[in-house]
Ligand binder design. Structure first.
Ligand SMILES: *Cc1c(COP(=O)(O)O)cnc(C)c1O
Length: 472
């Protein structure tokens, strides 16, 4: 904690007594409706108690994910009309490349259809059979692509990240001793890159500090190991650095983002998150040889290297989205809305991961349903119960998401057993947040009656998307 300032308790304290508001107004609306309770019960049973298997028309407030669910601006919609749908060399591609270079600072860009397309390319390009890839907590698709390429992911995040009550301001930090121990154990030549994520999703949207990435880069340089960044939510990470790290309070989000990326050799990106588009992704690198390999592979798996699975119009909206997503007032309102919901729940004594992260609230299902053992899927149960109460859809981030160890076939048993309520960008209002909070409170008040689930169908890969359950 020594290097960092403490976390402001509320946005109100940070900005005096004045409220913040979104730097936009609403121009178009999409009707939503709440099904009656008996229909919600039926829909949940039909979906096998897996919120991924619900129909969106049966959902009232959809907090399943912030992936591709954001609202585009009028400028982005106008940008769609500027799509240059040439197969090769689309004007929109060059604008996208220039925008990524300007804001993230990387030299070479390979477009992909979404984040996992970029993860696939970088994993196949850099990982050899038997390699180890250290990272600040796993992410589902990232780790799977590393494993499919023959690597083994090794979690080197600080211990505080696994404790949902620990108030460390940068719980996304890498533990340098764990990293050093892995280098000593397997040798630097078995580590193709360090896999660093901004605002670590699985830890509750927790940021990594500038001091930490600098130290990671210095250690990596000593051994000639690359550092690659999962830049999916770096805008939100930059906001937390601005808020909490001494020396950054007067720097802009854009400046912080660029400095952070300068300590890495490249990045992969799910543009569906904080680049404010519904589909898209990219891979960036400063290494010419890596660029050449991935630019060649993209032709096999995604599309030509000047569109990578995106339409020209998608690339235009994405370039515009980047310029909007780095605005300080936008990011402050974005994180502010997440924090508003989290503070309501905290005030009511409902256990959530602290500190409140950048993109979602994570309910701590272990403390919510302490009577349900992990083998009966407490977080899966809680996500189902919230939907039944109100039609609000969240998702499990616990033992189901963690999957099985490919060698032993056993469940991986993560310390964190969470329900994620992810806030789409620029979509819902503060009133929606109130409705969500009140529903969770209603489930909390009946928590002693809750019964767990048993898994009745389990797919081989990324089972959380398609697994089915029955009520015990
Ligand atoms: C969503 C996500 C990905 C994968 O991106 P897709 O666009 O869903 O393929 C990778 N890393 C993180 C941290 C993500 O949140």
């Amino acid at each position: 904690m020594s290097e960092e300032r403490s976390i402001p308790q509320t946005m109100g304290q940070q900005f005096g007594r004045r409220s913040w508001a979104e730097p936009w107004k609403i121009k178009m609306v999409e009707p939503i409706r709440q099904l009656p309770r008996p229909e919600r019960e039926r829909a949940m049973a039909e979906a096998g108690y897996n919120t991924f298997l619900l129909r969106s028309a049966d959902v009232y407030i959809d907090l399943l994910t912030d992936s591709g669910t954001g609202a585009m601006s009028d400028r982005q919609w106008a940008g769609l009309m500027m799509g240059d749908e040439a197969y090769a060399g689309s004007r929109n591609f060059y604008r996208l490349v220039e925008t990524i270079q300007a804001y993230y600072g990387y030299k070479y860009i390979v477009p992909t259809h979404q984040g996992r397309g970029a993860e696939h390319l970088i994993s196949q390009a850099l990982i050899q059979q038997g390699d180890f890839i250290p990272g600040n907590m796993y992410f589902t698709t990232t780790r799977l692509h590393q494993e499919l390429a023959g690597g083994t992911f090794v979690d080197v995040i600080i211990d505080e990240a696994h404790d949902p009550t620990d108030l460390h301001p940068f719980k996304g930090n890498i533990d340098l001793e764990k990293l050093q121990a892995l280098i000593d154990r397997v040798g630097p030549e078995r580590i193709p890159y360090i896999s660093v994520a901004g605002t670590v999703n699985m830890a509750g949207g927790q940021p990594i500090s500038m001091a930490n990435i600098k130290a990671v880069k210095a250690l990596a340089d000593r051994y000639g190991i690359r550092v690659y960044l999962d830049a999916t939510r770096m805008m939100e990470n930059a906001f937390f650095i601005q808020e909490r790290e001494p020396g950054y309070e007067d720097k802009s989000i854009a400046d912080i983002l660029k400095e952070f990326c300068s300590y890495t050799d490249g990045a992969w990106m799910s543009a569906k998150k904080d680049n404010l588009v519904n589909i898209g992704g990219w891979l960036a690198t400063n290494e010419e040889a890596v660029f050449e390999r991935t630019r060649n592979m993209v032709v096999v798996y995604e599309g030509l290297h000047t569109y990578g699975g995106m339409a020209g119009r998608d690339m235009e909206a994405l370039a515009i989205g980047i310029t909007e997503a780095v605005q300080d007032d936008y990011v402050r309102a974005r994180v502010g809305q997440v924090r508003y919901l989290g503070e309501l729940l905290t005030d009511w004594g409902i256990p959530i991961v602290q500190p409140i992260g950048g993109h979602a609230i994570f309910l701590d299902a272990k403390r919510f349903y302490p009577h349900i053992p992990q083998d009966e899927f407490p977080a899966q149960t809680l996500a189902a119960d919230i939907y039944i109460d109100s039609g609000v859809r969240g998702m499990e981030r616990g033992i189901v998401s963690a999957g099985r160890n490919p060698e032993t076939g056993e469940h991986r048993r993560p310390k964190l057993e969470l329900v994620r309520l992810t806030i789409p960008r620029r979509v819902y209002t503060q009133a929606h947040m109130d409705v969500v909070a009140e529903s969770i409170k209603a489930v909390w008040d009946k928590r002693h009656d809750a019964r767990g689930l048993k898994m009745v169908y389990e797919p081989k890969y990324l089972r959380f998307f398609q697994a089915r359950f029955e009520r015990l």
